[in-house]
Design a protein around this ligand. Structure first.
Ligand SMILES: Cc1ncc(COP(=O)(O)O)c(C=O)c1O
Length: 406
């Protein structure tokens, strides 16, 4: 098995502090909202500006631009320890999930398993849509703490199950899923495990050569630190020949040349690899951004990033616990992630909560320039490689002050 060099780099503080210095947003605020959206590093912004300059001056052609798509694909593959040919450049998570949903050979009565109440809506609606095709959607209830119920999902799998879909880390409360356990069970039954990886990609270490993942959909708009509207779909080579994309255009057709306007015969052949899921013109601004941001993440290494963020999340959990606030995600063990949430789950929704503690604390955090979010009624913080111990201290101090005023 290939060793994941990108993941393996050991953690050292200095490169992380240098990385932090590249984000203008961090000069004005403490940013704990990567679970919502990215912030741009100066070098990523310059990458996008290069693209705009080329457009303004008509100084590059399509093939020059697409070098960045190739670069971004290769870098994402290195980050995840996969071959570049297993990666398709797509628009976002929804694009990747829908592509797999409609490419999987399924007949009436076949089913998919999903723990809908633990998932982002974009990993639920694509499955509900399959009911039109006569497929069953097996919705498994989550664990009492709101995490995907891996054991119940495995129990729901039967001889007609074709796909199990699950987030690597849920958007709220933010538990990390035991993908190894779920994936091994899927493999043993010949079922495709599709992972919505947007909350973990770029922040927690992945290794597709070792993890039992068949498909992984992400966008670059969060931890991969790129733009909206550009993302990746990984599909294991073990499955690729069985998957027939629902949509087709030139990039997905195998013609042994990259010229987009060349038309081969009408008896076309699909790309032999994951490029069969690519459609039409690329989001080139997104590719320019990702080519730079993925390079920055590779320099740090995802293992080192994980080793950086998990202790920060633990320290925040402990600081909040000392103030009497119980965290929804444990600060130790396999469910721990870089996300910290507290407050009653589902006591509200996107940006609001009926939990009497949440609104005043959130207001105080906003006044102090601490970026955070409220999801499913819980207050939510998330760490990335640019965060440090000072950020944790600021949040704990600010929450402590808000509690004193209650
Ligand atoms: C777990 C998860 N999946 C999907 C999405 C968004 O999906 P898309 O990239 O299709 O907009 C989010 C955004 O918050 C998310 O947290």
């Amino acid at each position: 098995m290939m060793k994941n060099q990108a993941a393996a780099r050991p953690f050292q503080v200095r490169p992380f502090e240098q990385f932090r210095a590249g984000f203008p947003a961090l000069r004005r605020q403490t940013y704990l909202s990567i679970c919502d959206k990215m912030i741009l590093h100066d070098r990523v912004r310059r990458g996008v500006e290069d693209f705009l300059d080329h457009l303004a001056l008509a100084s590059a052609n399509r093939v020059d631009h697409e070098v960045k798509v190739v670069g971004a694909r290769q870098k994402f593959a290195r980050l995840m320890n996969a071959e570049a040919s297993t990666i398709a450049a797509v628009r976002n998570v929804s694009d990747g999930i829908n592509a797999v949903a409609w490419a999987m050979p399924m007949t009436e009565g076949d089913n998919v398993v999903v723990c809908a109440d633990a998932e982002h809506p974009n990993n639920v609606y694509p499955w509900l849509r399959l009911k039109r095709r006569g497929n069953e959607v097996r919705i498994v209830p989550p664990r009492p703490d709101g995490a995907p119920h891996v054991e119940a999902m495995i129990e729901a799998v039967d001889g007609r199950t074709r796909i199990v879909s699950c987030a690597s880390v849920t958007f709220a409360p933010g538990h990390r899923t035991d993908i190894a356990r779920l994936g091994e069970a899927c493999r043993a039954r010949g079922v495709f495990l599709l992972v919505d990886g947007v909350q973990s990609a770029g922040i927690l270490a992945h290794d597709f050569a070792a993890e039992p993942i068949d498909g992984f959909a992400t966008s670059t708009s969060k931890g991969l630190l790129g733009l909206y509207g550009f993302g990746f779909l990984y599909v294991s080579p073990k499955w690729i020949d069985r998957l027939e994309p629902a949509y087709l255009s030139r990039p997905a057709v195998h013609m042994r040349c990259d010229d987009h306007s060349t038309m081969g015969g009408h008896d076309y052949e699909l790309q032999p690899d994951s490029r069969r899921f690519e459609l039409g013109s690329y989001n080139l601004a997104g590719a320019y951004a990702a080519d730079v941001s993925l390079g920055l993440l590779l320099d740090l290494g995802t293992r080192a990033i994980e080793e950086r963020v998990l202790p920060l999340a633990r320290a925040l959990n402990e600081g909040l616990a000392a103030l009497g606030l119980a965290s929804a995600v444990p600060s130790e063990g396999p469910s721990q992630s870089h996300i910290v949430t507290f407050g009653a789950l589902d006591a509200g929704g996107h940006g609001f909560s009926s939990d009497p503690m949440i609104a005043p604390i959130s207001e105080r955090l906003m006044d102090a320039g601490i970026a955070h979010t409220i999801r499913r009624g819980q207050l939510r913080f998330a760490f990335h490689a640019y965060n440090n111990e000072d950020d944790v201290e600021r949040v704990v101090r600010c929450v402590g002050e808000a509690i004193k005023r209650l």
